[in-house]
Design a protein around this ligand. Structure first.
Ligand code: DX5
Ligand code: ZN
Length: 218
């Protein structure tokens, strides 16, 4: 079944606990947390401190998306803070295989994210080592951007590769996901949908989640 991961980037940070409980009650599968350092992406958001603060608020897995340079340096801190899935950008890792091992040594699931312009070839030789692949469907840095449709063939390619090799890797998409784009991504093979503005910009968050779910199941 398709999983839905609301991104708290579009939540109201002055009442974050409430915002997280609302999507948990509304049927979310993961809580997606976007970490940005102002170097890898042109925006600064949150760090391990917020992950730690959020950990006791929910029983859902914390899906932490690192958009930072030198991610290796911060792996222990995010593990300690309570991250369940830690995703690093291939573009930010000189020794991607080493970084993945480090994440797993710290007891977390390892994810690799690819920007829209990065071909899936960069993960071909490490697929057996990862738990999740995140295909960015916008350029990372901000919520509320428009979906880039040229990523759809990449979703198909990676999904086929995973199937051929009989692997159980989640294929997550992130950026510009709404009812319409969610359906296209699921048709292409995605099984985890990150949605920030499409959920948090709505009055009724549970309604937004179930609408996305209904659309992709139809
Ligand atoms: C963008 C982040 C996304 C962001 C998605 O760099 O990685 O997770 O929150 O926001 P929407 O769903 O509004 O495009
Ligand atoms: Zn994200």
């Amino acid at each position: 079944m398709t999983k839905i991961a609301p991104s708290i980037l579009s939540a109201n940070f002055s009442k974050l606990a409430e915002e997280i409980r609302e999507v948990e009650a509304g049927g979310a599968d993961y809580i997606h947390i976007d970490v940005m350092d102002g170097h890898f992406v042109p925006n600064i958001t949150i760090g391990p401190l917020i992950v730690e603060a959020v950990r006791p608020v929910t029983t859902l897995p914390l899906d932490v998306h690192l958009m930072i340079e030198n991610p290796d340096q911060y792996v222990p801190m995010f593990a300690k803070a309570g991250a369940d899935i830690l995703t690093v950008h291939a573009e930010a890792c000189t020794h991607l295989h080493r970084t993945i091992q480090l994440i797993k040594e710290h007891g977390m699931k390892a994810g690799v994210a690819l920007n829209p312009a990065t071909p899936i070839d960069v993960v071909k030789h490490i697929l057996e080592d990862i738990d999740l692949i995140l295909l960015m469907t916008v350029n990372p840095g901000f919520g509320g951007q428009n979906f880039i449709p040229n990523v759809l063939p990449k979703i198909e390619q990676i999904s086929q590769l995973i199937e051929i090799r009989h692997l159980s890797i989640e294929v997550e998409v992130d950026g510009g996901i709404n009812e319409e784009t969610a359906r296209k991504c699921v048709e292409a093979g995605a099984n985890v949908l990150v949605a920030g503005s499409a959920i948090y910009n709505q009055e009724d968050r549970a309604g937004a989640i179930s609408q996305i779910r209904t659309t992709v199941q139809a």
